[in-house]
Design a binder for this molecule. Structure first.
Ligand SMILES: [Zn+2]
Length: 328
């Protein structure tokens, strides 16, 4: 895939001199093919300006403040750990408004369908060997509105320190967020415990009753996250597979059955829907927000969200896929 590195030059100016522990390298990788044709003839600098102002996506369902200048997220803030909320320079450099990309137009509610699920939890894990990032964005299926988010970096449990250093440098160094990863990452077991407190606070789950989520479901781009990676990480971290990972919605299957078009990934869905991705592709929290934007767009187009995959309760390794027509 052909990629353009899109970055905001104004945001680079502070990087060389910054000794801040909040050092983040703001840039985003956007496939050239996903850019509107009128952007092709401009220089990358111009693309970056257009990208930052977000004025070039006529189909956008979400409403953003005007003037809107894209800024990288403060990844301490997304994890509830920012200590610089009174530092004006820091607030200017980094976004502390998580739902800024997820605001909706009231006019986009016209085709909304009644839904059986009240809340949709968009989840997009990062990390191939072990999970490195666990981001969740919660959307109200009846209003399409952002409700809350849960974001944690995850420290591998079966890797040497040396291996972790190399792994994180390779994965997050290119986004300039390896420092915040090292500052904040927690073992998977602790992350799940905090996540359980979060879903309990939102009345989506009850530890005593166990069972699946209450009138809510995970929404993932593919089956890998919940079907494969979560059980794998649970085995490595020596914990029991939690009951709320029993069923999920693969957005690609919903997309295929609703639009009658195949999309193999988030970028393809966004391209087909003429939406521009925001942030850094493969930074979990940014991907999660982009998938949430696709979901909001599908809800606005009148989709009915349904569970697409469910584990067999006696043999959790067996997964039943509920849609005949699905992405394999
Ligand atoms: Zn911050």
């Amino acid at each position: 895939m052909s990629l353009a590195r899109v970055s905001s030059p104004s945001l680079f100016s502070h990087l060389s001199s910054s000794s801040s522990s909040h050092l983040l390298l703001p840039h985003a990788l956007i496939p050239i093919s996903s850019l509107p044709p009128r952007l092709f003839n401009r220089s990358l600098l111009s693309i970056s300006a257009s990208f930052s102002s977000q004025t070039c996506d006529p189909s956008m369902e979400t409403e953003v403040p005007n003037p809107y200048k894209w800024k990288p997220m403060c990844l301490y803030y997304t994890q509830g750990k920012c200590t610089k909320m009174d530092d004006a320079m820091h607030l200017e450099k980094f976004n502390h408004d998580i739902p800024v990309d997820l605001r909706i137009n009231s006019s986009s509610l016209d085709k909304l369908r009644p839904q059986n699920l009240d809340y949709l939890l968009v989840l997009d894990l990062e990390g191939k060997v072990e999970i490195l990032e666990f981001p969740v964005v919660m959307i109200d299926s009846k209003s399409m509105e952002f409700v809350d988010s849960f974001h944690r970096f995850v420290r591998p449990s079966k890797m040497s320190e040396q291996r972790i250093m190399e792994y994180i440098e390779g994965k997050y160094g290119k986004f300039g967020v390896d420092r915040v990863w090292h500052d904040t990452a927690l073992p998977f077991k602790d992350v799940l415990q905090e996540f359980e407190e979060w879903i309990t606070t939102h009345h989506l789950w009850n530890k005593e009753q166990e069972g699946s989520l209450n009138r809510a479901a995970f929404v993932t781009c593919g089956n890998w996250d919940v079907k494969t990676k979560i059980p794998e990480q649970c085995r490595v971290s020596k914990i029991k597979l939690p009951s709320y990972f029993k069923e999920w919605i693969n957005l690609k299957d919903i997309y295929l059955n609703f639009y009658n078009r195949r999309a193999t990934g988030m970028m393809t869905m966004m391209r087909q829907l003429q939406m521009l991705p925001r942030g850094s592709h493969h930074l979990g929290i940014d991907d999660c927000k982009n998938i949430a934007r696709v979901l909001q767009r599908m809800l606005a187009d009148g989709v009915l969200m349904q569970i697409t995959a469910r584990r067999n309760s006696s043999t959790p390794g067996d997964v039943k896929f509920l849609f005949k027509n699905r992405i394999r």
